[in-house]
Design a protein. Structure first.
Lengths: 387, 387
């Protein structure tokens, strides 16, 4: 199959390199920026050349960002070309539009590389969902935040030191907001829900709380309770209603999640007959992510449809889940927190200049509303669901 | 697709139950023993009825054992029917014969359920090996032994108590030899090597050491060294030579392997671009294993080939791997062990009435030869590779 790669950065180069060893795939065009220059004879700066080239059967979009990625993907599909992309942001924002056009044109949209990098998680969701409705998709889906949390848990580093180390290793960007505020996981959770449950919620409809405010005391307190803090993206189907969230969780110290080191990912699916499956590996990087792109390309070349589950879509409903949370905030806001939580306060204790609450079981929607109100009073508050 | 199930025990019933909800698959015949009786109208006691029924496109063999499973599988293929089986023993013994006949007839042989039960590990190997040669397949592939080792590590139970608990829970059979002596993992390792490297070694050619002799002191000593004992089946491709083994390993206490609880499985693959992937889930049980069978059936119904990797086969060569081992044996045999190990003794220490050695890096073939000689002197010796 002849393919064109859009964007010759980290992922695009990985795809190109892996394809050199595969007779089934031939990279015939690469779209790059004029500022970079023509490093290979097949590089072009004009997307129209690729669109008009009828030999190109599949476009691999590795540019990132919303625009012009969205327009380029739609144009490729309109021209009858399959699309494979590693771009979780554009997929989460326009998933329904892309899949509708692909279906109308009888084309494939490959998105494996957009979630958990090299870990074949979306393919596993697609396969598992053929057999039975899934009940849960969840995971440590961001290597940057897992690296930061691992450093904090392992060496007692504070957040700023761990973030700096992540940046020096190239795991975190100069502006790390998309990672540490959970936006990247939010986009991936949209796609995991789409593949597992057939519903792609709007990213903004998934409540999202990152790890920007986690302190070394929070990490130490978790350890003392036999827990480890991890950032989890999750979707649960509960009596036909879909709960979804991105937030820190306190996972038992002997869980598989707690053992995920460095910048690795671990993604979970659950179903009635299959039970719990977990998938571990590199969630980012040139070759692992390139490998995931190539898996989609080989499936498309072999004529596999790559379809997400059809059928009735669940409704997003944040009251579907009841759980317990830990909430740490400034002592000055503690009484207001207690009042807002009301009967749901199960434990309240001093922790230096902060106060820590544990809630009783309560509806997620209710806790998130309280969290939001209190964030306006204490922007440094930390909250984590207790698993 | 119309299918027939051979054997209506734990796995066969799971397959039947899951198929009831899938329009793509129809169970039209079940072969059972006359002694069981005709529990369903589609039950027959005569395999010829299934062979002669042209409507049956695929035979699902869930009888277990070598005979008549082997003859039934070959007869189904001869009659032009696809075969899916969960029977690792018959697959490991006759893999080349089955795959040659299936290829000659243009038929599929589905074996997903034979390794790691519900965990989609063989499919992952097949997909990963399309992109690049794999360098390692390995795993905790037997739930019974992992349950026993988990009980011993968690509660300090001795082996007999943990085995009895496993038997009471139905995880271990009345005669547990196939599990605790590693034979089950040996068969699964054959199949993992077949799918990952294209070579199915003869089971007997894979050195195999089980957990029958592990003592509570061995477990405690491992813990003191920051390690956990797990039974690992493994294949490694080292400069074109295939190393394979089944043996206890001392894995770091913070590794994912150490965190695998109860009767769960965790299987690993490694490749140059994909890095390390790990797959976790239920390695046995009616519905998880049935689910894996059904995944193969759905792939076959969709026209997917389920082919293992083609190309040059590696050679099995047990000198390919160098590693370090721990060896615990009776004090009376210690001097002989020291003499056999020679320069490879890195550490020797008293441990009650036993002596414990740690070796320097040495060729696996060499260590296994020493282990075999010493086993004849001390049948209760314990040996584990240090990871």
């Amino acid at each position: 199959m002849k393919i064109a790669i859009l964007g010759f950065g980290v992922v695009g180069r990985g795809v190109y390199e892996i394809c050199q060893n595969l007779s089934e795939l031939e990279v015939v065009r690469i779209l790059d920026l004029p500022s970079v220059g023509q490093v290979l004879p097949i590089v072009t700066f004009d997307y129209n050349e690729i669109l008009e080239d009828e030999a190109v059967e599949c476009v691999v979009e590795c540019m990132g960002g919303l625009h012009p990625a969205k327009e380029f993907i739609l144009a490729a599909l309109e021209k009858g070309k399959h699309v494979v992309t590693s771009n979780k942001a554009v997929l989460a924002a326009y998933y329904d539009e892309f899949t509708a056009l692909a279906a109308k044109k009888g084309l494939c949209l490959g998105i494996e590389a957009a979630v958990a990098g090299g870990v074949p998680y979306l393919a596993a969701l697609r396969k598992a969902a053929r057999v039975e409705p899934l009940s849960r998709v969840a995971g440590i889906l961001n290597g940057t935040t897992n690296y930061i949390l691992s450093r904090m848990a392992g060496e007692g580093s504070d957040f700023a030191v761990a973030l700096k180390a992540a940046q020096e290793l190239g795991y975190a960007e100069a502006d790390p907001s998309a990672d540490i505020d959970g936006i990247d996981v939010q986009n991936k959770t949209v796609l995991a829900c789409a593949m597992g449950f057939g519903l792609a919620p709007a990213p903004a409809d998934i409540p999202c709380f990152g790890i920007r405010t986690v302190s070394d005391q929070d990490v130490a307190r978790a350890r003392a309770k036999g827990r480890v803090i991890k950032l989890l993206g999750e979707g649960q189907l509960i009596e036909g209603r879909l709960f979804a969230s991105v937030e820190p969780v306190l996972t038992p110290a002997d869980s598989l999640e707690a053992a995920v080191p460095m910048n690795f990912n671990l993604a979970t699916l659950e179903g009635a007959s299959i039970g719990t499956l977990k998938f571990y590996g590199q969630g980012a990087g040139s070759l692992p992510t390139g490998n995931a792109v190539v898996q989609d390309l080989l499936d498309i070349a072999a004529g596999l449809p790559l379809c997400p589950p059809a059928g009735a879509k669940p409704t997003l409903d944040l009251t579907a889940l009841s759980a317990r949370w830990e909430l740490r905030l400034a002592a000055a806001v503690a009484d207001e927190a207690a009042a807002l939580l009301g009967d749901a306060v199960a434990l309240r204790e001093e922790a230096g200049e902060a106060v820590v609450f544990e809630t009783a079981e309560m509806a997620a929607a209710e806790f998130y509303a309280v969290r939001k109100q209190l964030q306006e009073k204490d922007a440094a508050l930390f909250a984590a669901r207790i698993l």
